[in-house]
Design a protein around this ligand. Structure first.
Ligand SMILES: Cc1cc2nc3c(=O)[nH]c(=O)nc-3n(C[C@H](O)[C@H](O)[C@H](O)COP(=O)(O)OP(=O)(O)OC[C@H]3O[C@@H](n4cnc5c(N)ncnc54)[C@H](O)[C@@H]3O)c2cc1C
Length: 465
């Protein structure tokens, strides 16, 4: 067997260093069953949040688990906004903020509504008082830390290992074929992200349709720590998360984001793939326009761009969710389409689904039955969790928002800016005349009439079980 002695971060050649290998192997695995004939209880494909969470849960239950990832270092190529959410992360890594490479604890959330030149910004600030909601992180550092924790729990980790296909014999999934060699297990958890080759080969999913994914672009911009804290009015270690609508993104199903890291800013946007094609838009040009907007450019002024990246996200519609289990296989995280795009939640659903898939695998292994009927427990767990509850609630929201996108991303920012402009301009026009003019504009533009159905729709979705 090619040697994945990853607890030492090395790949060793067994012929040359057989003796050393034997010592290392026994030291690491002395209390555990051997990974004989490249066989483990469960193979987890993909070391993102879903895969790590699954692997750790399995190792803690005493199962042998191989976690494989194509990257040289976990997280090297993984892209997100972003912030991770404390609740689901702490279920896997309790009190992780004490040792993990988190950037800042999010204590302020802002929503920017942009017109072409102006903006209205709403902000909500809270004091954490030791109970954290979310943290900004950089995936390259964060994912690497998570994998290190998984290895400490006894997970075999194979980096630089591209899974080429599932090994299937007579319809039975036996394991995986990598560019090096084959591995075998009773159960596969596919956590290989939005493009999941494995889900497609298993016949669980086809490619997502253009209308079911957004293309996201992002830059990390270096800003000295003190300057960043002054600009955002932040205490040390506190952070700010911003959502941005309108401006260069008006009249399209698109949203911008901005997160403060320790000494950098992550800024980017996501646009529905069908919108990009329809309007023949280039996402990087939109990002450049966003960065030049008069309300955004002062936030990133004099910064040095450290990194560019692009990535797809499933739009997270309940109706687009594929079958997520079959004989000997389960899908977790983005591979299954578990993203709440409206609330910028993905890592939390990935971690939770990874955990639920792993719990199901433990049940199946103890029962000695890896059939679809046993693994259907996974779907039951998903249905009882926030994952399917929330995605079901939002199912019609995305088409509804798309239908009303001009109102939300163009009319509302304009009216909000005009309202505050009217409120704060001291000039020779009598206030009564101003208010009348504004109200008549609101009525003529249909602002109120359009707000009512939007409000009713949102209320109805929240109240409906
Ligand atoms: C721009 C952007 C902003 C986002 N912002 C946020 C945010 O602020 N908060 C949030 O919670 N979520 C955010 N998300 C969503 C979030 O990033 C995803 O939902 C989450 O990363 C999904 O985790 P995952 O483990 O399912 O997949 P991924 O994180 O994509 O991990 C998949 C892993 O599988 C590996 N892999 C893939 N194919 C193979 C193969 N064939 N062989 C071996 N390995 C393979 C990859 O290398 C990767 O490590 C954002 C996403 C994007 C793109």
């Amino acid at each position: 067997m090619r040697e994945y002695i990853d607890n030492f971060g090395q790949i060793l050649n067994v012929k040359k260093v057989a003796a050393l290998y034997s010592i290392l192997y026994n030291a690491v695995w002395q209390n555990r069953k051997k990974m004989s004939k490249n066989r483990v209880d469960v193979i987890v494909i993909g070391a993102g949040p879903a895969g790590v969470s699954a692997a750790v849960t399995l190792a803690r239950a005493g199962k042998e688990v191989l976690l494989v990832d194509r990257s040289d270092n976990a997280g090297d190529k993984n892209v997100f906004g972003g912030c991770i959410y404390a609740k689901q992360t702490a279920e896997i890594f309790p009190s992780f903020w004490e040792t993990a490479p988190v950037e800042r604890s999010v204590t302020e959330n802002r929503i920017y509504m942009l017109t072409d030149y102006d903006s209205t910004m709403f902000a909500h600030r809270y004091s954490s008082k030791g109970s954290y909601k979310a943290f900004t992180v950089l995936r390259s550092r964060w994912d690497r830390w998570c994998v290190e924790q998984a290895k400490k729990e006894g997970v075999y980790f194979a980096p630089k290992t591209l899974v080429k296909e599932l090994l299937i014999d007579n319809g039975k999934i036996l394991g995986i074929k990598t560019q090096y060699e084959n591995f075998y297990s009773d159960i596969i958890i596919a956590a290989d992200g939005v493009n999941s080759l494995i889900a497609k080969q298993a016949g669980l999913r086809k490619n997502f349709k253009d209308s079911d994914v957004t293309l996201n672009v992002k830059e990390v911009i270096k800003i000295p720590r003190e300057r960043l804290e002054d600009r955002f009015n932040l205490d040390e270690n506190d952070g700010c998360a911003c959502k941005i609508i309108g401006g260069p993104l008006k009249n399209m199903f698109a949203m911008g984001f901005l997160y403060t890291n320790s000494d950098s800013i992550s800024i980017g946007l996501g646009v529905s793939l069908d919108e990009l094609k329809k309007h023949n838009l280039k996402p990087y040009e939109l990002l450049d326009e966003l960065k030049e907007h008069p309300s955004i450019s002062p936030l990133i002024k004099d910064g040095e761009v450290l990194e560019y990246s692009a990535h797809m996200i499933p739009e997270g519609r309940y109706d687009s969710i594929p079958k997520v289990y079959d004989n000997r296989i389960m899908l977790a995280g983005d591979a299954a389409g578990f993203v709440d795009n409206l609330h910028f939640e993905g890592t939390n659903l990935a971690m939770l689904s990874g955990k639920l898939a792993a719990e199901t695998a433990v049940f199946a292994i103890d029962k000695g039955d890896f059939s679809a009927s046993t693994l259907s427990l996974y779907y039951k767990k998903l249905k009882d969790s926030i994952i399917l509850k929330d995605l079901k609630t939002h199912n019609n929201t995305i088409p509804f928002l798309k239908h009303n996108i001009n109102t939300i991303t163009s009319l509302y920012p304009e009216l909000a800016c005009e309202f505050f402009d009217m409120l704060h301009s001291a000039d020779e026009i009598p206030k009564r005349t101003k208010y009348r003019k504004f109200l008549s504009k609101v009525i003529k533009s249909g602002g109120i009439q359009k707000s009512l159905p939007l409000g009713m729709f949102a209320l109805e979705k929240c109240l409906k079980k």
